[in-house]
Design a protein around this ligand. Structure first.
Ligand code: IMP
Length: 435
């Protein structure tokens, strides 16, 4: 039995999906413990691309159970839609999906509040009602799945929400009927599985720098995306987790607003960018100014593949150099036992490659990550430069076949965090180097 947690080490979108898929093959259960449909994970079923936002990644392995833990906030509309979509593709859910009776439900009002509030606050949320649902949870006025089961939903909505329209109430009840067979105490299920020495995979969503406690607050999501969120959000002891794999992208990205010390170009330039490929020459982008090098990272890969555009919102992601200050911080919080390094192929052609090794704050070098956004704004990244490589690495499967400079880059990261047990050199499942 080995229980593994997969955690995003940066601002989310590290490519956790591919890494999770690999581990999910050996897992008897895949568990999501926090977040909701702000996450997105693309899978291919029968040649068709499907983006999963709520259902854990084990759903394509017939023998694997998929558990939505108590720490999640779930939109019934989205969950039923995902189930129906996969059922149409022949996926059998019976006995394979469990939803915690303690998980909270995102109500239509949460979505309205999120969109309205974000216009003023400007976090750049995904607009899925995540923050307001967690807000009600913390205020003890939220709605949980068990409220649908025990018949108290109507009273709770009246008391906590000042009531909802008959249409909304009926729609939520109707949607719940589809989910009812899957609702149960998932912590009990997990403990039963663990006592039978089954392998459990905990699938983190978002990333450590978006964690509500440890991230760049207030530009964060509303749950604990670092490893602590697994224990509270699934109802398991820290002693149950054997391995903590940090997923590290070979450079840095973030979506939405908030500080980003190693950003290439500005947030505004990225926001204005059109998604359509406009025929730029890759090499020219790689040799250009900061903004075009950021664009190079965003647009890299085959011309019809948009490398860094959000799976959930389609927004262009802000791109920048790898930041070891962030990674050291993330490692301290999560205690990674190893890392999975993703998207190394995207760096091919950039020369030199910069790595942020410290921040300079008011003339002094610091290597910790400040809590205060004001301080963070004054931090200037201190870069080290490493020579890049030009060879196509996307077909390499053996570590020793990588160009020397690519290996040096990996070893620099390992020196800071932990051994890279997987290195991803392309989007395909087979484009992975194992060590
Ligand atoms: P929320 O989670 O919708 O409240 O959004 C809060 C912040 O987290 C915004 O900056 C989002 O862009 C970001 N965020 C939420 N989920 C993800 C994710 O899965 N990947 C990357 N960023 C995310």
């Amino acid at each position: 039995m080995t229980n593994t947690a997969i955690i995003g080490a940066q601002w989310g979108d590290e490519g956790k999906g591919k890494i999770t898929d690999k581990y999910a093959k050996d897992a008897d259960a895949v568990v999501r413990a926090q977040g909701g449909n702000n996450a997105g994970h693309t899978i291919v079923v029968g040649g068709k691309q499907i983006i999963l936002h709520l259902i854990p990644s084990g759903i394509m392995n017939p023998g694997t159970k998929n558990i939505c833990g108590n720490g999640m906030v779930i939109n019934l509309e989205v969950l039923t839609e995902e189930i129906e979509q996969l059922e149409k593709e022949g996926v059998d859910f019976s006995g394979r999906l469990a939803v915690s009776d303690r998980a909270h439900v995102i109500m239509p009002r949460h979505i309205e509040i999120d969109r309205e509030k974000d216009k003023g606050v400007g976090i750049g949320t995904t607009g899925r009602g995540i923050g307001p649902a967690y807000c009600d949870k913390a205020s003890r006025t939220g709605v949980r799945f068990c409220d649908f089961l025990d018949g108290t939903l109507g009273d709770k909505l009246k008391k906590n929400f000042g009531g909802v329209s008959g249409d909304i109430y009926r729609r939520q009840m109707e949607l719940f009927e589809k989910i009812r067979p899957y609702v149960r105490d998932t912590s009990v299920l997990l403990h039963e599985m663990m006592s039978e020495r089954k392998n459990v995979l905990f699938e983190g969503a978002q990333g450590t720098m978006l964690d509500i406690d440890h991230g760049t607050y207030p530009y964060v999501t509303s749950s604990n995306a670092s490893v602590g969120g697994i224990c509270t959000g699934a109802g398991v002891s820290p002693r149950c987790i054997d391995r903590i794999v940090g997923v590290v992208k070979a450079y840095t990205t973030r979506v939405g607003r908030g500080p980003f010390p190693t950003e290439l170009g500005t947030e505004k330039e990225t926001d204005n960018e059109t998604r359509k490929w406009t025929g730029e020459d890759d090499r020219k982008l790689a040799e250009g100014d900061n903004y075009t090098r950021g664009k190079f990272l965003r647009r890299c890969g085959p011309k019809d593949v948009d490398n860094e555009y959000g799976a959930t919102t389609g927004r262009p992601r802000r791109c920048g150099w790898l930041d070891l200050v962030i990674l050291g911080y993330s490692n301290r919080i999560n205690g990674f036992t190893s890392i999975a390094l993703t998207k190394l192929d995207v760096l091919t052609g950039l020369d030199p490659i910069k790595i942020c090794i410290a921040y300079e704050l008011d003339g002094k070098a610091i290597d910790h990550f400040p809590a205060s956004l004001k301080e963070l704004e004054r931090c200037r990244p201190v870069y080290g430069e490493m020579p890049g490589w030009k060879e196509d690495i996307s077909k390499i499967r053996e570590y020793n076949d990588l160009p020397d400079n690519a290996r040096r880059y990996i070893e620099r990261i390992e020196h800071e965090i932990a051994k890279a047990e997987m290195i991803s050199v392309g989007p395909g499942r087979e484009q992975t180097i194992f060590r």
